[in-house]
Design a protein around this ligand. Structure first.
Ligand code: ADP
Length: 396
């Protein structure tokens, strides 16, 4: 009988989970429980193509875990909880403490709680998820997989901000980078594909959140997200890098609080800030209808991707084994990929293979592949990311 591993993603009022069969890394079931702590708590589990759903008041994450377990057993997805041999928890921030995944013990849990100032929106829910699983399965190995860990190899030149140095020494203000699990997964896929470990890559993870990482010799050298995921590229709802003076300027001009400004930069900026839509598919629909702000948002979004690729191309002295397009937007949207590749064709000598590009992504059988032709100086690949499989691998 195959062993089963659980991947847990705890949110402030939600718990997402996936059950994997090992060693084949087969996803058996996937589910979510939402609105924990309210009268409207509900859940859904996808298993064998069917949806198992329910609703009742769930007081806290511990209640949520109990529901998850009873549904898994009731629907014969597992026979009993002891079948679960390992649990991987997605954790946003490992600060400077964790450069790799770690087995959770009291110290690790205390560290995660202590890093709440760096992940105030995520850590409380993640800690609640860990505690609830520990209560339910006290003897099962639980591993914390940090979104920041893969980027701990960045050089000081790349992670120190040019602000008073004391902000770093006293308060740990620095670039940390995120989406590390995805960037690591893609790096591993490319190491296998290219048959060497010391790969130089530019990985463009562009979904609702977006970050680009510069990989040198198989390690993260630089990345676009910073102290928080707000930095770097223009995203669905996040501004990406802006002049920090804008924040005080808007507070002074409008009288809104700092918290509200930060909320605006995280939730109502990016594509949404410019054209009112954050889902890239909606933005494209508006562009086709002739909406000029949607076209502006599209162009600014695309430019921010191109500028980061160009920056990292120079950072690697042009020694780039491959550029990779991944996550929701770049895995699926052929037109945006085509425009980016064409824009890079002069400076980077990349040449699109239009036919292949047009056949990868949503609505096509192919989900991955090389989208440049053999004469291209730098190959560009589309590779679907899989953060959950990466978490499962980190457990074992
Ligand atoms: P996250 O994991 O950050 O929530 P994803 O990687 O799932 O994000 O990407 C989600 C985004 O991908 C959506 O907001 C949507 O804009 C975009 N997307 C998904 N499918 C397509 C598609 N067929 N064409 C264009 N964009 C798409």
């Amino acid at each position: 009988m195959s062993e089963k591993y659980l991947v847990i993603n705890g949110g402030s009022s939600s718990l997402k989970f996936s059950l994997y069969g090992m060693p084949n890394e087969e996803m058996i079931a996937k589910g979510y429980i939402e609105k924990i702590g309210t009268e409207d708590s509900f859940w859904n589990i996808k298993y064998n193509g069917e949806n198992i759903s329910g609703a009742r008041y769930l007081k806290d994450h511990s209640d949520a875990v109990k529901v998850m377990v009873s549904e898994l057993i009731k629907n014969k997805i597992i026979n009993d909880m002891n079948e679960i041999k390992g649990i991987g928890h997605r954790v946003l921030h490992g600060g400077e403490i964790y450069s790799e995944s770690v087995k959770i013990n009291d110290k690790v849990l205390n560290d995660i709680v202590g890093l709440t100032n760096l992940g105030p929106l995520h850590h409380p829910g993640e800690v609640a998820g860990i505690k609830a699983m520990q209560e339910c399965l006290p003897n099962t190995i639980q591993v914390a997989v940090f979104d920041t860990a893969f980027h701990q190899t960045m050089t000081r030149e790349n992670y120190i901000y040019a602000v008073p140095y004391e902000w770093y020494t006293k308060y740990k203000v620095r670039r940390y980078g995120f989406h590390g699990t995805s960037h690591k997964y893609i790096t591993n896929v490319m190491q296998d594909k290219l048959g060497k470990s010391d790969v130089n890559l530019i990985i463009c993870h562009v979904g609702s959140g977006a970050s680009i990482t510069c990989i040198k010799n198989g390690k993260s050298l630089d990345t676009s997200m910073g102290l928080t995921p707000l930095d770097g590229l223009v995203m669905g709802t996040r501004s990406g890098s802006i002049d920090p003076s804008i924040i005080k300027f808007i507070v002074d001009e409008t009288g809104i609080s700092l918290d509200v400004v930060m909320q605006e930069l995280n939730k109502n900026s990016g594509l949404k800030g410019i054209c009112g839509k954050n889902d890239f598919r909606d933005v494209i629909s508006l562009v086709y209808e002739g909406d000029s702000l949607a076209k502006l948002a599209y162009d600014i979004f695309m430019d921010s991707i191109i500028k980061h690729i160009a920056e990292y191309y120079f950072e690697l002295d042009g020694n780039v084994d491959a550029v990779i397009f991944t996550a929701g937007v770049l895995e699926n949207n052929t037109e945006l990929r085509e425009k980016i590749v064409n824009k890079l064709s002069g400076p980077m000598g990349v040449i699109l293979d239009k036919k292949t590009n047009d056949n990868i992504g949503y609505g096509h059988d192919e989900k991955m592949g090389l989208i440049t032709n053999i004469e291209s100086r730098v190959p560009i690949y589309v590779v679907p990311t899989d953060e959950e499989v990466m978490i499962v691998r980190e457990i074992g």
